[in-house]
Design a protein around this ligand. Structure first.
Ligand SMILES: [Fe+2]
Ligand SMILES: [Fe+2]
Length: 297
């Protein structure tokens, strides 16, 4: 590992980051431009299947994947769907949006991590996707939303993207394990949440998403953590109830205990009366989530 470091400015001041790490960031697969454009489109009050198609058709590989999924039988009977507007009718716009983001980030989320304690095959993807779905479910019931639903989903999908880089610099000796933030900072100079900021800026994602990911491990008593970061924290706590990404098949029978996370729930601004609906929604979304992966890219 190169020892050359570069001073970078972080919210906590100047930090020494391994220069090789910064170079490695530039080599990560780029995020499809469809993600940013589609986020933009999703902010509109109303858009049609045609608007949707205009954005999606810039990425023909994505179009092919969407049509394959629509024809797979995953969304009702298998049939002959030849166009994006037809697929929207069959699959539904809300589902379609989730699929677009899930598919256009899978070059990153399908990576395997050598040291982090996810299931070897698709544990990291499961975790990322589940946190995205959970974050979206939380946002939907919040009286004051720090992010749009789609932004929350993308923030969840990408929240641990920093681990893809850190993984290469960890001590290989102890094998798969729970890797703490301190161990990460020791290895590269920043933890995976702080490092993600540099990755996300390279992809020009909205500031709300960057802040949500950057602070998703900020202590609860730190007042400047963004509302979006709290949503990601809560989403993670929720999916950890079922150890998603750490064992298959997912066992959804455990109950979430809100008493353990009262302060976090308060900080998110989630009314307790809405919690059962959120948990129900997440369970629904996680049921059969593997099928989305099983359809090979
Ligand atoms: Fe995570
Ligand atoms: Fe994380």
């Amino acid at each position: 590992m190169a020892n050359v470091t570069e001073q970078v400015k972080d919210t906590t001041g100047w930090r020494a980051v391994n220069l090789d790490v910064l170079r490695r960031i530039e080599k990560l697969p780029s995020l499809s431009s469809v993600v940013a454009e589609f986020l933009e489109l999703s902010r509109r009050e109303f858009f049609t299947a045609k608007d949707f198609e205009v954005v999606i058709s810039k990425d023909q590989a994505l179009v092919a994947r969407l049509l394959k999924l629509a024809n797979s039988g995953l969304y009702g009977k298998a049939r002959n769907i030849h166009s994006i507007p037809e697929a929207v009718v069959l699959v539904g716009l809300e589902n379609m949006k989730k699929i677009v983001f899930a598919v256009s980030t899978e070059g990153l989320t399908r990576k395997r991590l050598r040291h982090y304690d996810y299931d070897p095959a698709r544990g990291y993807w499961m975790h990322a996707t589940a946190v995205g779905l959970a974050a979206r479910a939380i946002i939907e019931v919040l009286p004051e939303k720090p992010l749009h639903g789609e932004e929350a989903f993308v923030a969840g999908l990408l929240h641990d993207v920093g681990k893809l880089i850190v993984d290469d610099y960890l001590d290989p000796e102890p094998g798969k394990r729970r890797v703490g933030l301190d161990e990460e900072a020791e290895a590269v100079g920043l933890n995976h949440a702080e490092l993600a900021q540099y990755i996300l800026e390279q992809w020009r994602l909205p500031e709300t998403i960057v802040a949500a990911i950057h602070h998703h491990h900020a202590p609860l008593d730190q007042p400047d953590a963004s509302g979006g970061a709290r949503v990601i924290q809560l989403a993670q706590v929720l999916v950890d109830t079922w150890k998603v990404g750490h064992g298959e098949p997912i066992d959804l029978s455990h109950d979430f205990d809100p008493d353990m996370h009262q302060l976090l729930i308060d900080r998110v601004g989630l009314p307790l009366s809405k919690l059962p609906q959120v948990v129900w929604d997440i369970r629904q979304n996680l049921t059969g989530i593997e099928k989305l992966y099983a359809d090979d890219a």
